[in-house]
Ligand binder design. Structure first.
Ligand SMILES: [Zn+2]
Length: 425
């Protein structure tokens, strides 16, 4: 970890609430000053921000990062076939070492493409927490509980979550937080969902769950319980401002009212929803109903990478196609979804370049053909930029990437370890 206590990013284009030229001073883990006059300073480290756009680190609000090892598994299948025939048989072979290798690979990819925080649900989560500790990223981590309506399994799943909370919650200088993460209404019994909510309330934790991802899920629940997914979850008392619901593709108008009233956050996953042909989430309607929507990549097998820049581009394009209205979801709304809306969903003090915020900042190179000219930095970031344009990444006041080079991760070693790990699945 770089032991810098103050960093000055000089002469840059700052893209946050608005767009302005200036400099940003970071002291320890926080942004201390944002100013157009900050030119000289006795900062320990000075970063030349010219020909760069300086913006908040991206926040990926739905991932299964160790699934990087399953890249390329089960392409071109629907969700149920993909899970049952391709993913779950391989996941049954996972162990601590494999999850650690996959998590490290994901973090190399995420940092190199400008993500500073992610919200993950998977297995062997202590290994992912260890990788977060070493990489310097920020994460909300939850053990993905699946009881498949079995009582014994329910008890053991809840125990894994309880142990994970006591070992890892609020560790690594606050960079690692733990969430309670029952997988989905179709893999979890009502009992485990209710126990999950109690556990989240008791420990003041977020609750992360997949909801209303496919039409089939909605049909099955209607046949079984005569309720739609969000109606069901609301009726069993699961929904509140601490709920992060991934997908929400088939949400009805009545469910929108519930989500607004309960202040639920939705994580929109455009690539995954397109690839698994799940549908187009009503993001435009969510925003019109004052529902907090952020952006996630989902796991790599349904994406097939962790580049938030491609999710940022797909988000408005999909809404324009869905509504046949080119005016919906302007660049600013998308930018907010990938930054401050994500911070709100996860309950972290990041997502903006503003005094007092945690110093999670990225610099994006504009001195390349596809980013020239910079008429509007916001437009270039949403519609032109690629993840590989990210030049510098700072998280919690520490430099994780500089001149496109990883500072906390040995990239070559991580790639070799991941190749070996993937060959064991
Ligand atoms: Zn998912």
């Amino acid at each position: 970890m770089t032991e810098t206590t103050s960093i000055l990013i000089k002469d840059t284009i700052i893209l946050s609430e608005d767009i302005k030229k200036g400099s940003v001073l970071i002291v320890d883990d926080k942004i201390q000053e944002v100013n157009d006059k900050l030119t000289n300073s006795d900062a320990d480290k000075i970063i030349d921000g010219s020909n760069k756009i300086t913006m908040p680190g991206l926040i990926n609000t739905h991932s299964h990062v160790a699934m990087t090892l399953l890249r390329g598994v089960g392409d071109d299948q629907d969700l149920q076939t993909w899970l049952n025939e391709y993913i779950w048989p391989k996941e049954a072979k996972l162990n601590e070492n494999l999850v650690y290798a996959g998590s490290k690979l994901a973090m190399a990819e995420m940092i190199k493409t400008g993500t500073t925080t992610f919200n993950d649900m998977y297995f062997f989560m202590e290994e992912t927490a260890k990788a977060v500790d070493e990489s310097g990223m920020r994460a909300l981590l939850g053990y993905g509980m699946i009881d498949l309506f079995d009582e014994e399994k329910r008890k053991s799943e809840l125990k894994v979550t309880k142990d994970f909370i006591s070992k890892c919650h609020n560790t690594c200088d606050g960079r690692v937080q733990v969430a309670v993460a029952p997988h989905a209404p179709y893999t979890c019994s009502e009992e485990i969902l209710c126990e999950s909510k109690k556990l989240a309330d008791k420990n003041d934790l977020k609750l992360h769950i997949h909801v209303s991802e496919t039409k089939q899920e909605v049909t099955d629940l209607k046949n079984d319980k005569n309720q739609t997914p969000f109606e069901y979850l609301n009726n069993i008392g699961l929904l509140d401002k601490n709920t992060i619901a991934a997908h929400g593709v088939w949400t009805t108008d009545d469910e929108m009212k519930i989500l607004e009233e309960k202040e639920v956050s939705i994580s929109h996953n455009p690539s995954s929803n397109m690839k698994l042909a799940s549908g187009i989430a009503p993001v435009h309607d969510y925003l019109n109903n004052n529902i907090n929507v952020s952006i996630g990549t989902d796991g790599v097998s349904s994406n097939n990478n962790l580049d938030m820049f491609s999710e940022m581009k797909l988000t408005p394009l999909l809404q324009k196609v869905k509504t046949l209205d080119s005016k919906v979801l302007p660049a600013k709304s998308t930018f907010n979804m990938a930054t401050k809306n994500g911070a709100k969903a996860l309950g972290i003090n990041t997502g903006e370049i503003k005094e007092g915020k945690l110093a999670d900042i990225i610099l994006v190179n504009t001195n390349v053909p596809h980013m020239t000219p910079v008429r509007n930095a916001l437009s270039n970031i949403i519609y032109s930029a690629l993840g590989s344009d990210v030049d510098t990444v700072i998280c919690n006041g520490n430099i994780l990437l500089e001149d496109k080079e990883l500072k906390t991760i040995n990239e070559k070693e991580v790639i070799e370890d991941a190749k070996l790990a993937a060959s064991q699945l």
